[in-house]
Write a protein that binds this ligand. Structure first.
Ligand SMILES: Nc1nc2c(c(=O)[nH]1)N=C([C@H](O)[C@H](O)COP(=O)(O)OP(=O)(O)OP(=O)(O)O)CN2
Length: 167
């Protein structure tokens, strides 16, 4: 007989973060900098605990909020892009793509460990960070964490990670 599976989803109005970014696509087309009011949904799957919870909604909600608030009102830049080159001195973050150049105060910039700041990649980073942040609290019995990032009212990039870190 197939066993039931359980999941908790949190998708709150407070999870919206407003951030600027630009990506490259189709090889070498580099977007102009623009912003989105990103939305986030997070799901975790696993067995029920003694409360008959997968995890406490409130604990998961609060962990996601830490991540979305950290991104709010920043420009998100890729650390690992081959041609979008990001450098920092003690005051400013400078970004170059071929002949184009952008300069931001350091406190406005977030350099994310991604190749391109797509919704999928941002979802992966949030998933890794929420997993790391809650691992001790939620324990090791969960199976998956999934994070979905909405760039524009229904355009979602989704990343699903195993709960357990690979050996
Ligand atoms: N799978 C993905 N596709 C696209 C992504 C992405 O992250 N994952 N990102 C983009 C661009 O960032 C693009 O800027 C998306 O923004 P959007 O505002 O939706 O683009 P539009 O110009 O069509 O929006 P308007 O509503 O006209 O402002 C593209 N694809």
């Amino acid at each position: 007989m197939t066993q039931p599976t359980f999941r908790v989803d949190v998708c709150k109005e407070q999870f919206v973060f407003s951030a600027a970014h630009f990506i490259t696509f189709a090889g070498d087309i580099c977007e102009r900098i623009h912003g989105h009011n990103y939305g986030v949904r997070v799901s975790v799957e696993g067995p029920l605990d003694e409360n008959r919870y997968v995890v406490d909604f409130i604990a998961l909600r609060d962990a996601v909020l830490v991540q979305t608030q950290a991104l709010d009102h920043h420009v998100i830049l890729p650390r690992d892009h081959r041609e979008i080159l990001v450098s920092q001195d003690d005051k400013e973050t400078t970004v170059r793509f071929r002949e184009r150049r952008w300069v931001f105060p350091n406190e406005d910039a977030i350099i994310m460990p991604v190749v391109n700041t797509t919704a999928e990649e941002i979802a992966r980073v949030i998933a890794e960070r929420v997993r790391e942040q809650t691992m001790e609290q939620f324990g090791h019995a969960l199976s998956f964490i999934e994070v979905a990032v909405d760039e524009n009212c229904g355009q979602w990039g989704v990343c699903r990670l195993p709960w357990k870190l690979s050996e």
